[in-house]
Write a protein that binds this ligand. Structure first.
Ligand code: FES
Length: 157
């Protein structure tokens, strides 16, 4: 069982809780989260899990939509490289998602709000500590205030 952490907001006495959306692959990270639950590991409830077949299925639009709809932080987690149930899905994720994270800054979203991690089905303890760590970081970053608005350029002539 993991040690319960005191969050920054709890220490400050505020009520705000971050909303963290986690896209997990079915075969490893979701099973790892399930193992954490079955092992009665204690981890923050701020995380909302979306189960997908594979981390390679994560479209960057899922991440943007999450922020648009109020997420303060987004996590993508899948099988360790080399262990993907579909052979290469996480290799695609490993290339695509860090490149996408680089672009978040240009869109006015702090890249620290987007996390990528590999958690296997046997790593319930890793899942618990990962969630505790990113929840703590979400508290430190504070609420995601506003999704940047796209404005069409003014028509001329
Ligand atoms: Fe887990 Fe592909 S099935 S990352």
């Amino acid at each position: 069982m993991t040690e319960k952490k005191t969050t920054a907001a709890q220490r400050d006495g505020t009520d705000w809780q971050p909303r963290i959306v986690a896209f997990l692959c079915n075969w490893c990270s979701y099973a790892g989260a399930d193992l954490a639950g079955m092992s009665r590991n204690d981890y923050p409830a701020a995380i909302k899990i979306v189960r997908l077949p594979c981390s390679g299925r994560v479209d960057p639009m899922f991440v943007l939509k999450s922020f648009e709809r109020g997420a303060d932080m987004v996590l993508v987690s899948g099988c360790h490289p080399g262990d993907c149930h579909y052979s290469s899905g996480n290799y695609h994720a490993r290339r695509k998602l860090p490149a996408f994270r680089e672009l978040l800054g240009f869109m006015g979203i702090d890249p620290r709000r987007f996390k990528i991690s590999w958690v296997s089905a046997a790593e319930g303890n890793k899942w618990s500590s990962l969630v505790a760590d990113i929840t703590e970081e979400a508290y430190a970053l504070g609420p995601f205030q506003e999704f940047p608005k796209c404005t069409a350029p003014e028509k001329t002539g």
